[in-house]
Design a protein around this ligand. Structure first.
Ligand code: NDP
Length: 293
C-alpha cells in the first residue's frame, strides 16, 4: 500500500519552478508576477492569500496583493481588474472567492483577461479545457492529475469515478481524466448527490477521486479492494482530544479505507499542497508564453 506524499511532490515541483526562475533571471527574462485580489475579511481567504504570497517568495516570483473592503462596489472591482489586465508586468492573477453578495461573480469572471486567468475560471479557458486546448488548468484538478502522474499512478484505460461535479473541481477533473493526453485516457464516471447506488458505482472504480465536501463520508464499503483513492476534500472538524481542539480531515474516512486500497492520498499532505504549486505553474507558463510574443 502506497501513501502518496503530496507534500514531497509539491516541494519537488517548487524546486523545479525556483530553478526556472533563476534561469530566467540569468537570461534577463521577466520574473513571473502573480497578483491576487481579495475582498473583505474572510479569515480562510486571508490565510490562503498569505500562503500564495509566501509560496511566490519561496520560488522567486513577484507577488502583489490587492485587498479591498467588503463594501467595494462592482464598478470599482471591475476597474481594478481592468488595471491588472492592462499591467504589462503582471503575468496572471486570481480573484479570491467568495465575493460579497452585491457583486456578480459572473460579471467579475467575464471581465478577467483569459490570458491572465490563473484560476482558469473564465468561460474561454473552460471551453479550451473542454476542447483539449487548455493553456492553463484549474489549480486543484491540475494538482490532482499532476500528483497521480508523478506518483506513478497509471490512469490510461482505468475506470475513474469522480465524486462531485462542481465547476472548479469535479467537472474539470473528469474532463482532464477523459482527455486524450498524458493525464488522461481513462474511462470516467461522474457522480453527484442525485446518483443512484452511489456505493456500488464508487466500488466499481479502479481510481476513486472524491470531492464532495462531506467530512469522512467515504467509508471502506465505497472502495474496491486494491483501488487507488484520491481525497480532494479538506475540512477542519472539532476534536476535543487534540491540543488545538480540532483536526484536519478529508472526504474519505482514511483510517478505515487505507487498508482497502493500493494507494491513497492523506489529508493533510495529499492533494492540498499541489493546488498552490499548480497556480505557480500556470503563472510560469504565462510568463514563458509572453517571452514568445
Ligand atoms: P461543492 O460543494 O461545490 O461540490 C460538491 C459536489 O459533491 C457537488 O457536485 C455535490 O452534488 C456532490 N455531493 C455533495 N454531497 C454528496 C453526497 N452525499 N453524495 C454524492 N454527491 C454529493 O464542493 P467543491 O467541489 O468546491 O469542493 C469539494 C471538496 O474539495 C471540499 O471538501 C473542498 O473543501 C475541497 N477542495 C479542496 C481543494 C484543495 O486545494 N485541496 C480546493 C477546492 C476544494 P450536487 O452537484 O448534486 O449538489
Amino acid at each position: 500500500m502506497k501513501i502518496i506524499d503530496g507534500k514531497k511532490i509539491a516541494a519537488e515541483i517548487k524546486k523545479e519552478i525556483a530553478d526556472k526562475v533563476q534561469e530566467r533571471a540569468a537570461k534577463k527574462l521577466a520574473i513571473p508576477h502573480l497578483a491576487a485580489i481579495i475582498v473583505g475579511e474572510d479569515g480562510a481567504s486571508k490565510t490562503y492569500i498569505e500562503s500564495i504570497r509566501r509560496a511566490c517568495k519561496e520560488v522567486g516570483f513577484i507577488s502583489s496583493i490587492y485587498q479591498y473592503a467588503e463594501n467595494i462596489s462592482e464598478e470599482e472591482l471591475l476597474a481594478s481588474i481592468d488595471f491588472l489586465n492592462r499591467d504589462e508586468e503582471v503575468h496572471g492573477y486570481i480573484i479570491q472567492l467568495p465575493l460579497p453578495k452585491h457583486i456578480s461573480m459572473e460579471h467579475v469572471i467575464a471581465h478577467v483577461d483569459p490570458e491572465k486567468d490563473m484560476d482558469c475560471f473564465h468561460p474561454v479557458n473552460n471551453g479550451k479545457l473542454f476542447l483539449g486546448e487548455a493553456k492553463y488548468l484549474p489549480a486543484t484538478p491540475y494538482g490532482t492529475v499532476e500528483l497521480m502522474k508523478r506518483a506513478g499512478i497509471e490512469v490510461a484505460g482505468k475506470h475513474c469515478v469522480v465524486l462531485g461535479r462542481s465547476n472548479i473541481v469535479g467537472k474539470p477533473l473528469a474532463m482532464l481524466l477523459a482527455e486524450k493526453s498524458a493525464y488522461g485516457n481513462a474511462t470516467v464516471t461522474i457522480c453527484h448527490s442525485r446518483t443512484q447506488n452511489l456505493k456500488e458505482v464508487c466500488a466499481s472504480a479502479d481510481i476513486l477521486l472524491v470531492a464532495i465536501g462531506k467530512p469522512e463520508m467515504i467509508t471502506a464499503d465505497y472502495v474496491k479492494k486494491g483501488a487507488t483513492v484520491i481525497d480532494i476534500g479538506i475540512h477542519r472538524i472539532p476534536d476535543p482530544e487534540t491540543e488545538k481542539g480540532y483536526r484536519i480531515c478529508g472526504d474519505v474516512k482514511y483510517d478505515e479505507v487505507v487498508s482497502q486500497c493500493s494507494a491513497i492520498t492523506p489529508v493533510p499532505g495529499g492533494v492540498g499542497p499541489m493546488t498552490m504549486v499548480c497556480l505557480m505553474l500556470n503563472t510560469l507558463h504565462s510568463a514563458e508564453e509572453k517571452d514568445t510574443k
